[in-house]
Design a protein around this ligand. Sequence first.
Ligand SMILES: [Zn+2]
Ligand SMILES: [Zn+2]
Ligand SMILES: [Zn+2]
Length: 498
Amino acid sequence: MKVLLLGTGAADGWPQPFCRCASCVHARSEGNVRARSGVLVDECVLIDPSPDVTVSAALAGVSLDRVTTILIGHSHFDHLDPSVFLAREWIIPRGELGPLVVHGPASALEQIRPWINPDRLSSGDIGLHEVVMGADITLPSGHSARALPAEHGLGANGWPTSRQHSESAHEAVHEAVREAVSEAVLWEVTSTHGQRLLHATDTGPLPSSTRALMRPLDVLLVEETFGDTLDHGTAHLDLATLPHLLSELRGESIVHDQTEIVAIHLSHHNPAEPELVRRLAAWGARPGRDREVITVGTSAEPCVPQPRRVLVTGGARSGKSREAEHLVASHAKVTYVATAAPREDDAEWDDRVAVHRERRPATWTTIETADLVSVVATASDHDAVLIDCLTLWATRIIDESDTWDTPSQARAVVRDRARDLASALAHTSGTIVLVTNEVGSGIMPVNAAARLFADVLGDVNAIISRECDEVLLAVAGRVIPVHSARSALEPSHQESLS
Ligand SMILES: [Zn+2]
Ligand SMILES: [Zn+2]
Ligand SMILES: [Zn+2]
């Protein structure tokens, strides 16, 4: 199966034509332009005839003359431009094109009908077929297709209901939009060799009733419209809801280690591409690029979340815990390890703990322990463990060994425990993310306990860091890679090693 991405941008494309935000400026400076929706499968199945597919196909150097099926997700303008059908009509008098079948929701078919010669419809030369959810359709090319219900209804604050328009024409447009979203579908396409793709846009998180109709995938093209803008109030995915969906799909084996996960329908609400690539890699995904070709089944490496052992360090409120939570968010099974010793009669502490707990998905298992070696040693292949944090762990060890007044003894005790943990990390097959604090910068504290603590944590961070594939420094809500085993193994480096 060969999948050509004709457009990986959202309704307004990326860069947004009227915008100068950092994300748009970066995309423009790189010439990285994303057109609106459109996917061509094996040259013969076109998903979403958007306003940009004709130009995108030309830029990709392909002709659409072999297309025998057009699948439409819904009738929003960025997924359906009926003039694409007129362009095809204009070639027909020359008799060069055969029959065409079109499958889509009723509101989409109604938009197309006026653009097609009625004779072509009555002769059956062009067939317009309304979707039946969950039914398998055999296409003229031998592929089979299945429509699944999308979650594309409008949220309470969503476009366009929040906008006030008095003109009846605008009302009519809004009405059409509402109809379209109520019957939006995702398209699953299976090749004659059994390779399977899901085109999952535009949708919010998928209910279990939709997931029940899904089968294991070779390629998941999944929307990621809103990036870090989480208050969009629309039925789309963002960088908080996408990993949760992936976690559910992994748990149900719809997404597995060989599934290529490609984010599409991208907008400027996303961070600039290098940061987006880094964020998606943690979930075994990547952003799609316009005009790239995905050849299904040839991926040399399993598509699994990367990297496996990560130390996230940073100051207070630097964004380190949030980054750590993000890194494990797409795993099917996550264990959250709270290392702090219980504190009696400390309301402020209880509040802090409660805030962190509320932010964590309900599906995560929380355990409270200082025995990190056992947790790490027993984590298996698909497990993710988030340890938050080494700072409180070290405090607890000094408390329990009662060594605050004997600094050299305290350092020796904690170092021993850190070495045991490092050795467990070296041998684990799970994904382990550890949070710690960067406390050694600034002026040397006058307080002896504070000096001891800075020394102890410096030791712990250095020992654990040596066994991590990646070390990240969080600062001002951003993340700087301090060390990455991946960059050390880039192809040029590997060649020089061999
Ligand atoms: Zn859209
Ligand atoms: Zn922008
Ligand atoms: Zn839409």
